[in-house]
Design a binder for this molecule. Structure first.
Ligand SMILES: Nc1nc2c(c(=O)[nH]1)N[C@H]1C(S)=C(S)[C@@H](COP(=O)(O)OP(=O)(O)OC[C@H]3O[C@@H](n4cnc5c(=O)[nH]c(N)nc54)[C@H](O)[C@@H]3O)O[C@H]1N2
Ligand SMILES: Nc1nc2c(c(=O)[nH]1)N[C@H]1C(S)=C(S)[C@@H](COP(=O)(O)OP(=O)(O)OC[C@H]3O[C@@H](n4cnc5c(=O)[nH]c(N)nc54)[C@H](O)[C@@H]3O)O[C@H]1N2
Ligand code: SF4
Ligand SMILES: [Mo]
Length: 729
């Protein structure tokens, strides 16, 4: 590693903070030679426009776990009850090629499945699409974004004619009224939230409203916290719209000139007078009116949302009804205003651009569109009709396919489904039936390792070069700055090698990630996410760039900061579309047997399934063990004291957590963090309890709500017993 700082981007959340990497102060040649501890450290990059030098605890400790417990070599076992044996890369690739050919002959392309992740770089995503959807003719490529952003994607496409968050982070400092809905940005998007919070603190006229059943750290910063009942967002949005209409605060000219389908929307709003709406949402009429008044009086209204809207069986409808509020008040396409989804993972945005869900193709194209398929087939040098005309399996459909014996090859990369998919007992049983599972991962073990036949060691951030796009459409280069451990390889290079060995030599000639990128951006030309003006070299020279950035875009383009500034949308008539939905309620409402609503989510320090943050001492100390948040009223009714172990049961499974009794959670609702899989705690899996029912449009499961019963299992608090993880580092 050189002594000059290397500029890169944080490998954790979708804020996409710029980092500078430099040799660790404590490191000397001796410990570098012996590989003791990280030999480099990170600090915020002041020149990065998204984060301006700031980082949170995850970014700041990013160096710590990169080198620990790595999967170093390909390993294989013919069945799950046998031990893994080390094999060579040649043997591994031959095995995959043979398996693919057999499945193609015996079951057809529909039996090939790949499940990837927003932790791929864009180059990984792109090569995977070319292999699966192009060369192999299977649209069964899905990513963990299905659990994350797919409702936002579907909402944007339906309302605006295309995916793509229209706002930018500068809007956080330009708004005078921000709504944060179903997002705990203070813990999950801390640096974006910091920018908004500073602006809010400095400017007393700026209003901040938080809509969340929990009083999160985000809610604590708000002027108004609406602790709505889980799943009542659509009622709330419609109730706000009712008042805006009643007060004459909608914008008839904007509606007339730039939108369609307003009449149907206006028609349903009559059912949302304040008393009815407030009662449904479990809030007061005066709080509802205050929220509507803030929206009405805001000259630049920004809304930020995340999983509280997306992870719902009506996720797309929730997103669209929020966008409706912006359309009826003309709050879009101008500085400080608009609907702004906060993307979860560091490169979930890049995944969308590269076509990384089972219904998408690269360049914001759709597999259902014959012209889109043809454009991509031609570009890839494949015969017409090679790309299947129907969306492939979503990840949950892959699980169902495994249950039915319809999947011949399951290839999982950069995700840990044995913690993160809903209904884990069912997920585990399905994966146990898989005839052949490849797991391409940086660490060993993870919970999913136990379900794999073939393990492929992957390089991760710092050991591979690639691009990532953050929530504000800003593309940054993440260069390789250290050697990979053992025999780990880049994800894209593994896919390309399999492609070549299958006989697609022409299609996979790439030698470097820069070459992959150059090819990929050609497919974005003249598309809404046009990146044809971006290359690795340009990013290296000028720093991060926002799209749209067509070829020929000058340095520091200002036109790409926001979408729809001309109010021309991507629909055929260039108008944004209103939607008209009533809420369908929760997929599994509480009842006498399962009387509480369980919601799940994240903590500031931990990242998902802990593969990195569980191996980072500072973060383990910050969040040593799992817990369940229970309101004092519910705890008293059940005789539960703080710290005692509570058994939580749903129709699908059970888990146990020490009780954390707090008024931060609404009565009737309980919360558990999603971070503890079976390697890190005993029976504390949130997803042992959740159900897979999903939004019909986005197919995103309702990970934010299921019905549970609570049973205290110990009379005395005994938290120490619980703080010892099953797996120690
Ligand atoms: N520290 C940390 N940060 C992360 C991550 C991480 O693992 N750790 N992961 C990243 C990823 S991939 C993602 S997707 C994002 C997620 O970021 P967020 O969506 O902000 O995080 P969550 O905690 O999953 O859920 C947010 C809130 O939704 C609320 N909620 C539940 N049900 C409802 C409802 O019906 N309506 C409303 N309005 N709210 C509801 C929950 O109470 C919770 O506080 O975070 C990213 N950032
Ligand atoms: N109950 C409940 N469940 C949830 C959620 C929730 O809110 N509640 N949230 C959902 C959401 S939004 C998300 S995004 C998912 C996240 O769930 P997962 O995707 O399962 O979580 P991660 O722990 O981020 O898994 C990423 C894996 O990729 C590995 N990895 C990192 N970099 C690379 C790389 O470059 N290449 C390869 N091959 N591997 C790499 C890491 O070691 C890690 O094992 O969880 C979902 N599940
Ligand atoms: S806010 Fe997100 S991108 Fe920024 S340092 Fe923290 S985890 Fe990394
Ligand atoms: Mo996510």
């Amino acid at each position: 590693m050189t002594t000059n700082p290397t500029k890169t981007v944080c490998p954790f959340c979708g804020v996409g903070c710029g980092l500078e990497v430099l040799p660790a102060a404590s490191s000397n040649q001796a410990n570098r030679d012996q590989q003791v501890g990280p030999v480099w450290q990170v600090r915020g990059d002041r020149s990065h426009p998204s984060s301006q030098g700031m980082v949170c605890v995850k970014g700041a400790t990013a160096s710590e776990a990169i080198g620990k417990d790595r999967l170093l070599y390909p390993m294989f076992r013919p069945s799950l009850d046998q031990p893994f044996q080390r094999i060579s890369w040649d043997q591994a690739i031959d095995g995959i090629v043979e398996r693919i050919q057999t499945v193609l002959q015996t079951q057809g392309a529909e039996a090939l499945c790949m499940y990837g992740s927003g932790q791929f770089v864009t180059e990984d995503y792109y090569v995977a699409q070319k292999l699966m959807k192009g060369c192999l003719g299977s649209n069964n490529f899905d990513a963990n974004s299905r659990l994350c952003m797919s409702s936002a994607v579907a909402g944007y496409i339906q309302s605006f004619g295309s995916d793509g968050p229209p706002c930018c982070y500068d809007d956080l400092e330009l708004t005078d009224c921000a709504f944060i809905i179903g997002s705990n940005a203070a813990e999950c998007h801390p640096i974006a939230f910091n920018r908004l919070r500073k602006h809010h603190k400095r400017n007393p006229h700026v209003k901040l409203v938080v809509v969340d059943p929990r009083k999160t750290q985000t809610a604590e910063a708000a002027d108004l916290h609406l602790a709505i009942r889980p799943g009542t967002d659509i009622d709330l949005f419609n109730g706000i719209a009712y008042l805006l209409m009643q007060w004459g605060r909608h914008q008839p000219d904007f509606i007339h000139n730039h939108t369609s389908d307003f009449a149907a929307y206006a028609n349903i709003l009559q059912h949302y007078p304040p008393e009815i709406t407030a009662a449904r949402c479990g809030i007061s009429v005066s709080d509802l009116e205050t929220a509507a008044r803030y929206w009405a009086e805001g000259s630049r209204v920004l809304s930020l949302w995340s999983m509280g809207l997306n992870q719902s069986r009506e996720g797309t409808a929730k997103v669209r009804m929020l966008i409706n509020l912006h359309l009826m008040t003309g709050q879009i396409g101008q500085p400080g205003a608009g609907p702004f989804s906060l993307t979860g993972q560091p490169n979930a945005m890049g995944g969308r651009e590269a076509g990384g869900l089972s219904h998408l193709l690269p360049g914001y194209r759709s597999v259902r569109d014959p012209q889109h398929r043809q454009e991509v087939e031609q570009f890839w040098g494949l015969p017409t009709g090679q790309i299947a005309s129907q969306p492939g399996r979503t990840v949950w459909d892959m699980i169902l396919g495994l249950e039915q014996g319809d999947v011949g090859l399951m290839w999982i990369a950069a995700t840990n489904p044995i913690v993160s998919l809903p209904d884990l007992e069912r997920t585990k049983a399905a994966l146990r039936r898989s005839p052949f599972t490849i797991y391409q991962e940086a660490y060993y073990p993870t919970e999913t390792t136990a379900y794999a036949h073939l393990l492929l060691p992957a390089t991760q951030w710092s050991e591979k070069t690639g691009t990532m796009t953050n929530s504000e459409r800003r593309v940054s280069l993440c260069p390789k700055f250290q050697a990979p451990p053992g025999e780990a390889r880049e994800d894209w290079a593994i896919f390309a090698e399999v492609g070549r060995r299958l006989g697609f030599r022409e299609q996979f000639q790439f030698q470097t990630a820069a070459e992959v990128h150059t090819e990929f951006v050609q497919l974005t030309r003249d598309r809404p996410c046009d990146m044809s003006g971006i290359s690795h070299q340009r990013l290296q020279e000028t720093g991060p760039l926002q799209w749209p950035c067509p070829a020929g875009t000058p340095e520091n383009p200002t036109t790409s900061a926001r979408l729809y500034t001309d109010l021309q949308f991507h629909t055929p008539d260039r108008r944004a579309r209103f939607a008209a939905y009533h809420s369908r309620g929760l997929g599994e409402p509480p009842d006498a047997q399962y009387p509480y609503v369980l919601t799940t989510g994240r903590l500031y320090g931990h990242w998902h399934t802990q593969t990195r943050t569980g191996r980072t001492e500072k973060i383990r100390q910050m969040h040593p063990h799992p817990f369940i948040e229970i309101h004092p009223r519910d705890a008293a009714a059940l005789g539960i004291q703080d710290g005692v172990l509570v058994e939580v049961r749903s129709r699908r499974g059970m888990a146990q957590f020490p009780a954390k009794i707090t008024k931060a959670i609404a009565p009737g609702t309980v919360f558990v963090p999603m971070h503890w899989g079976e390697l890190w705690a005993d029976r504390a899996e949130a997803n042992a309890l959740t159900h897979p029912e999903a939004c019909p449009d986005s197919r995103q499961p309702e990970l934010k709500a299921c019905a549970v019963a609570l049973i205290p299992v110990a009379a005395e608090p005994r938290p120490c017993e619980l703080s010892a993880p099953a797996y120690s580092v």
